[in-house]
Design a protein around this ligand. Sequence first.
Ligand SMILES: *[C@@H]1O[C@H](CO)[C@@H](O)[C@H](O)[C@H]1NC(C)=O
Ligand SMILES: *[C@@H]1O[C@H](CO)[C@@H](O)[C@H](O)[C@H]1NC(C)=O
Ligand SMILES: *[C@@H]1O[C@H](CO)[C@@H](O)[C@H](O)[C@H]1NC(C)=O
Ligand SMILES: *[C@@H]1O[C@H](CO)[C@@H](O)[C@H](O)[C@H]1NC(C)=O
Length: 506
Amino acid sequence: MARMCFVPLPLLLLLLAISGHAFDFQEATIDSIQLAFEDGTLTSRQLTEFYLERISSLNPLLHAVIEVNPDALRQADVADRERRTTRRRGGLHGIPVLLKDNIATRDRLNTTAGSFALLGSVAPRDAGVVRRLRRAGAVVLGKANMAEWADFRSLSAPSSWSARGGQGRNPYVLGADPCGSSSGSAIAAAANMAAVTLGTETDGSIICPSDKNSVVGIKPTVGLTSRAGVVPVSPRQDTVGPICRTVSDAVQVLDAIVGFDEQDSAATKAASKYIPHGGYKQFLKVDGLKGKRIGILRAFFNYSSDGATKTRVFEEHFNTMRRNGATLIDNLEIANLSTILDVSQSGEQVALLAEFKLALNSYLSQLSNSPVRSLADVIAFNNEHTAEERMEEFGQIIFLAAQNTTGIGPAERSAIAKMSELSMEGLEKLMMENKLDAVMTAKSGAATVLAIGGYPGISVPAGYGEDGVPFGICFGGLKGSEPNLIEMAYAFEQATMVRKPPSFKQ
Ligand SMILES: *[C@@H]1O[C@H](CO)[C@@H](O)[C@H](O)[C@H]1NC(C)=O
Ligand SMILES: *[C@@H]1O[C@H](CO)[C@@H](O)[C@H](O)[C@H]1NC(C)=O
Ligand SMILES: *[C@@H]1O[C@H](CO)[C@@H](O)[C@H](O)[C@H]1NC(C)=O
Ligand SMILES: *[C@@H]1O[C@H](CO)[C@@H](O)[C@H](O)[C@H]1NC(C)=O
């Protein structure tokens, strides 16, 4: 990580305390930060210094961040100056944001999906979501660690390890799995290395780490947010979304990043019909559960005796939702669920392997400069750097299988058709027949159901197990149902307020 000079944190806090208006950095939200900016008790520079200091003290333990931006403080100064002299740019003016390391920036930061193979590559431009973040006034704080290549290289590598970033740790229980692939983003938000982070998801990569790190993750409908400039897995399933500590923060970030991007034109154009006039913030309603019909997918709340705490906690949550005016339809099942959850049966594996090779080759060929220009080059790089890339332990079986594919042929087309059929007969039919606004799951079990259909989901903190490891609840729905999902997620969060900061238990 780049070295910098900081005001030591204790000194900064002391100075703020003496001034009588100590800003509470712990659990700070976008709203509380903006208020402090407005009334002059906090500057973007102070906030950025705080996060940089926090990263440098916690990262050796948590491995949540790969690089910090050597230009972050300068960007913060610009934001402070603009606030004094001109209009605010947007809702994220002066707010530092950590980006998952597969989201490209055209600046001094590297974009490597956690791999040494991409070190030194230069993106032709900022990713579409980064352009929007900068337009909203955000400060790019750095790149978050992730499962290398979004967990699409090896079947045996942990889902929160990358060669460049190391092994991500769960800040609640250091030995517990933080899940991936957006592990660093979720860990960093949980441990307050930033209030705002972005993750990406192909199948579970926002929902699962959010679930395990007691943070809020929004996995938007595919196409709602641009994937241009994101190291891809599959354009059919990939989506970029916020990971923050509160639903309100995540929604304000969603507002900043959604919309048409000519660099990802087909998908963002198709999904732009879902974006409500006036944005998503209007759906942060404390009575958002009132009148909602929510299906309980019991298979995902099915704990054995060691999950007695979770079973009890979820029953309490269901009662809270009912008291807040929701109608819960219990014991629902997604048709063909076992097929959906088996990647070799659903068609997902066949489709992803071929899509990955095409999409990665296209991403690599568009880079302004890169040591690798194709999946074949990356495979060769790994073979030549066995120690750094830990090839002996983890291998690259998924890469090899992907390299064997030859485009979207009959087998891939039939796999994709099968996934649509499973989605139609599964989630779509269940939602229609029961007139549902959403389905609920735990154990991040909805991820694959949502992934293969391009559907949205929101994970919200729901509790802590006897071992102290967090767990969440996920609200999922049909394409474009973000307004409904946000209403339910926000009302649930406000009624329960489960999240607490991590304690770094050994
Ligand atoms: C990006 O990687 C290069 C090595 O290729 C390194 O020198 C540089 O410091 C990295 N950038 C940041 C911001 O860490
Ligand atoms: C819950 O799990 C048990 C044992 O694994 C299984 O027999 C049962 O069918 C499951 N129930 C539901 C609703 O999935
Ligand atoms: C790739 O194809 C070759 C030749 O058909 C086969 O021997 C090999 O097992 C395949 N590798 C993977 C990982 O699928
Ligand atoms: C789903 O299950 C039904 C009933 O078992 C079966 O007829 C149908 O072919 C399955 N659909 C898919 C896409 O596998």
